[in-house]
Write a protein that binds this ligand. Structure first.
Ligand SMILES: *Cc1c(COP(=O)(O)O)cnc(C)c1O
Length: 408
């Protein structure tokens, strides 16, 4: 069965459609209480001179005013030939960038990391051996639509194909954002919940997508309360990039909902230290203050965060915002991803250069999500060097050898 057969149904229209409130009807949320960084302020005064603080800080305004075409990107960037090349081509994964996130790279050169994660380049057309559109074989692990049940005690619940910003290296680019694959319909959601209800071994549900925090507050509350009502579901997790690309989504109203369904964990997607703006920092701190343990999942990306000093800075910025670096992922081999992928040795080297040199809390698990549905497989530098005369030989972070008297 397909996990990605989202259909449009009653409750939720995707926020990109005309059902959103018009500007005049926009509700004012946390006006003045959200910081606006210098870059964003400057960008807004040039490109959205009519927008008020209230509008800029309204997440629905951000979604409605997102950049979704080359024509609109040309208004804010001098596109290179590599970027412009796509103008006439059909994109596998559409462009979608919030004005907030665009403001972080609008005045930067084409090789600037945040720009590279969002603006497509012709390299996306280069398909190299081994690349697949669903490398993790999630479709095969979908017993009913919207559920991926690969591990014994936990399952993914993919509630939407919509994100407020599309990362060019997205592992689910085959299922996100297709017209008929936006927010999942009620019938499918209820079916998926029923599957979880019947599978009493599932003690951990990860709500993902797409980005679940692009759903309405009401829909999020419906999902959380339905899951909480299932006795064997011990913990609930939400996977989201919203704190990095749409931080103003973390409203008081949303927090008051999230707080009711503890234990609730969140996996955030951060890629580069420059994403940790005053806005994103505030969003993370609000979530942490709501009692939500925060982890970050980062994809290792060539020319973006594959320099250990850049990645270390990211881990430090995350910890300052009370986010624990959780996973560092080897980039999945989706079609056209070669320009993003690093050799596997690179990831091992990154871990080697972190362990011992910075807080243990800053060190993620480096994993490859095995193509073909093998799940996450951790990779470590070779600290364990084998056994000698009943002693375990260990290599420390400085490369020195130590011996541990092992028990028989
Ligand atoms: C990553 C993932 C999980 C969660 O894995 P953890 O190691 O528990 O964070 C669950 N199911 C699938 C299919 C996954 O890809």
């Amino acid at each position: 069965m397909s996990i990605s057969s989202f259909v449009q149904e009653d409750i939720d229209e995707p926020p990109s459609l005309a059902t959103l409130p018009t500007d005049s009807a926009t509700t004012v949320q946390n006006s003045n209480s959200f910081p606006v960084s210098q870059l964003s302020h400057q960008f807004r005064s040039i490109h959205f001179p009519m927008a008020t603080d209230e509008q800029w800080n309204d997440w629905k305004w951000q979604v409605r005013n997102s950049f979704t075409s080359f024509e609109s990107l040309e208004q804010i960037l001098t596109l290179t030939d590599e970027e412009k090349g796509f103008k006439e081509q059909a994109l596998n994964l559409p462009v979608r960038i919030t004005p907030y996130y665009a403001s972080l790279f609008a005045y930067k050169e084409s090789l600037y990391p945040l720009r590279k994660t969002m603006v497509p380049v012709l390299d996306e057309l280069v398909i190299t051996p081994g690349e697949q559109s669903d490398p993790l074989h999630e479709e095969a692990d979908a017993p009913v639509p919207l559920i991926v049940h690969r591990y014994p005690d936990r399952a993914l619940l993919l509630v939407t194909g919509f994100c407020s910003a599309f990362c060019r290296y997205c592992t689910r680019s085959h299922m996100v954002s297709k017209k008929d694959k936006m927010h999942a319909g009620t019938v499918q959601i209820k079916q998926a919940l029923e599957y979880i209800r019947q599978h009493t071994e599932i003690r951990d549900v990860i709500i993902s997508g797409g980005d679940p925090l692009t759903l309405s507050d009401e829909r999020i509350e419906f999902l959380l309360s339905s899951l909480r009502a299932i006795e064997h579901v011990e913990i609930i997790r939400i996977g989201t990039k919203v704190p990095a690309v749409l931080p103003m989504r973390i409203t008081d109203k949303l927090l008051s909902i999230l707080k009711k369904y503890h234990p609730l964990f969140m996996s955030l997607h951060f890629t580069h230290p420059d994403e940790m703006t005053p806005e994103s920092h505030e969003a993370c701190c609000r979530l942490a203050d709501a009692g939500i343990p925060l982890g970050s999942q980062t994809v290792l990306l060539k020319g973006i965060n594959d320099d250990v000093s850049v990645y270390r800075k990211l881990t430090h910025e995350l910890l300052k915002a009370r986010v624990k670096p959780y996973y560092l992922y080897q980039c999945d081999p989706i079609p056209g991803s070669a320009h993003f992928r690093t050799p596997v040795e690179k990831g091992i080297e990154m871990i080697e250069q972190l362990r011992g040199f910075t807080s243990g809390y800053a060190i993620p698990h480096y994993v490859i999500d095995a193509p073909g549905g093998g799940g996450k497989i951790p990779l470590l530098p070779e600290y364990y060097q084998g056994k000698e005369n009943g002693q375990v030989v260990l290599k420390n972070y400085e490369g020195k050898l130590f011996y541990y008297p092992d028990k028989e």
